[in-house]
Design a protein around this ligand. Structure first.
Ligand code: NAG
Ligand code: NAG
Ligand code: NAG
Ligand code: NAG
Length: 498
């Protein structure tokens, strides 16, 4: 067991490559120079490329209590807080609290999942991840929301009439219901016998150690993050889906972490309730930069986005082949337009936009990438014309099939803004799933945010919604979640009967 202090290896290769590119003297240069200038945005980009203060703990050390860092939005959408505890004997006890609202203030139900986990090898498909196998031994459920409980009972009785009779249970609030129990076979009902309950997020694990100099208190502060695998947006697929990327990380409980305190020691009869938060209207303006080296389907990426407040935008995407963003593969510079935002009906708290990417430049940054791009058939710039660190526009060839982008490129986006813990605005954009091919499909959950780094502070355009939503919208949200849960339980129970 060791901590790979990769974070101290400050790699400036990517940065130097970009500076070299900047001296080549074409239209792109000005932008890149600006992106990497001594602005806050440039400083953050350099920090991410050097990955200062981040190291991977290999193999992961799971022991301890890990909690959500915010009210998480899962595909569906589902609003969830997680409190996961791993013990030294490789057993775990995981709490998942589901909410009817996007601020995690109205608990709907929770699941408590017990079992064991065994770490395996480094994952082949996702660099930096460790594979794991798990066994679930018991799952219990507690329902907090009355109307939800009613709907659930009717549904369950319809699809699996024996369930309530044999356990002699009526669905009551704040009652523990056994959904799966492999610990005591005698207590199995016919509905849970063959149930294959999926917690496949445990199949992929990454543990990171972070440290940062906090100028306010003039001290180094440190924390640990645990990444688990993503879950499939379609519930019926979750049993078969093996994670390909991560969902948002959990943070290891620390006594001095005030957000952690809200979730620490909560349990099924005492679900965590988050304080009300201001909701911000998403206005696309100013500059934004990644908060971490972000994982993608194949590569890892650092993003810098610029919105001009006139329906045009620019984006710089720096792709790397390693999870600490040390080894560049290529970078993209794109320009495009976007629509006005519309509040999402499907995802409370989200705003929907249409983005159009119309122009694109690519800079190959590794010799392998240069070779790959030079083999193209005239569908990625001119054949044989690619040189290391030399940008080329690919708008004329309708994008670049080598990297799988066709232009123009229209995309439905889901965005959300919040105030980060350091007071800066965070912008979340929709998460797309590896096998969710259609860009016209609206995402229903979010990926890692970008942070405001230059330009007008967008939090000035505040729309504070009062703590109590008006009745109608609350109803919509609740019924949506109810529907989700009913589907969930229906599916679980249904799968048993086959
Ligand atoms: C389930 O359905 C049966 C028949 O439709 C009914 O008699 C019974 O009361 C129902 N049980 C519950 C718990 O709703
Ligand atoms: C919290 O405490 C831990 C250890 O006690 C320390 O390492 C960490 O830097 C502290 N974090 C903050 C934000 O003060
Ligand atoms: C939008 O604003 C940017 C920056 O101010 C400017 O360069 C661009 O020409 C503007 N585009 C349009 C269509 O007005
Ligand atoms: C919701 O509706 C009820 C009854 O119609 C009313 O008494 C209550 O004040 C409403 N609450 C809000 C937050 O509007």
């Amino acid at each position: 067991m060791e901590i790979q202090s990769l974070g101290t290896v400050v790699t400036t290769v990517a940065f130097l490559a970009l500076c070299g590119l900047a001296s080549a003297g074409n239209q792109l240069d000005g932008h890149i120079v600006r992106a990497l200038s001594e602005s806050e945005c440039g400083a953050q980009l350099r920090r991410l490329q050097g990955n200062e203060g981040v190291s991977a703990v290999v193999p992961p050390r799971l022991k301890g209590e890990w909690v959500s860092m915010r009210c998480e939005v899962r595909p569906g959408p589902e609003f969830i807080l997680r409190r996961y505890k791993f013990h030294s004997d490789s057993s775990f006890s995981l709490h998942q609290f589901f909410y009817a609202d996007n601020q995690c203030r109205q608990p709907a139900y929770s699941l408590k999942i017990r079992g064991t986990i065994a770490l395996g090898q480094q994952a082949l498909l996702l660099s930096g991840a460790t594979e794991a196998e798990y066994l679930v031994s018991k799952v219990t459920m507690v329902v907090y929301d009355e109307s939800f409980g009613r709907t659930l009972r009717t549904q369950v009785n319809r699809t699996c009439p024996g369930f309530f009779r044999s356990t002699n249970h009526l669905l009551e609030l704040y009652q523990r219901y056994v959904v799966v129990d492999y610990e005591q076979e005698s207590s199995l009902t016919e509905c849970t016998e063959a149930m294959s309950f999926a917690m496949h997020e445990l199949q992929m694990v990454r543990h990171e150690f972070h440290s940062e100099f906090n100028t306010r208190i003039a001290k180094f502060v440190s924390w640990e993050e645990l990444f688990l695998g993503d879950i499939h947006p379609v519930r019926s697929e979750r049993i078969l889906y093996r994670p390909k990327v991560y969902q948002s990380p959990l943070r290891k409980y620390q006594a001095n972490c005030s957000f952690c305190q809200l979730i620490h020691n909560t349990e099924e009869f005492n679900p965590p309730l988050l304080p009300a938060r201001a909701e911000y209207q998403v206005t696309l303006r100013s500059e934004w930069v990644s908060t971490r080296c972000e994982v993608r389907k194949v590569h890892f990426v650092i993003r810098h986005l610029v919105f001009h407040n006139n329906y045009t935008w620019e984006g710089y995407f720096f792709y790397f082949r390693d999870p600490l963003c040390h080894h560049p593969v290529y970078s993209l510079y794109v320009k495009g337009t976007h629509s006005d935002g519309m509040l999402s009906q499907a995802v409370p708290g989200g705003t929907e936009f249409e983005f159009l990417t119309s122009r694109m430049w690519i800079t190959p940054q590794s010799s392998e990438q240069v070779a790959r791009m030079n083999k193209n058939d005239g569908d990625c710039g001119a054949r044989g014309s690619w040189r290391l660190n030399q940008p080329q526009e690919v708008t004329g060839t309708g994008g670049c099939t080598v990297i799988g982008v066709t232009l123009p490129y229209a995309e439905k986006e889901l965005l959300r803004m919040e105030q980060g813990r350091d007071g800066r605005a965070l912008l979340f954009s929709g998460e797309r799933y590896p096998d969710q091919s259609s860009l016209q499909e609206q995402p229903t959950s979010y990926q890692s945010p970008v942070r405001h780094c230059a330009g007008v502070n967008p939090l000035m355009d505040i729309t504070v919604t009062s703590e109590n939503d008006d009745n109608s919208s609350t109803r919509i949200r609740t019924s949506y979640t109810l529907q989700t849960l009913v589907l969930c339980v229906w599916f679980l129970i249904h799968s048993v009967t086959h």
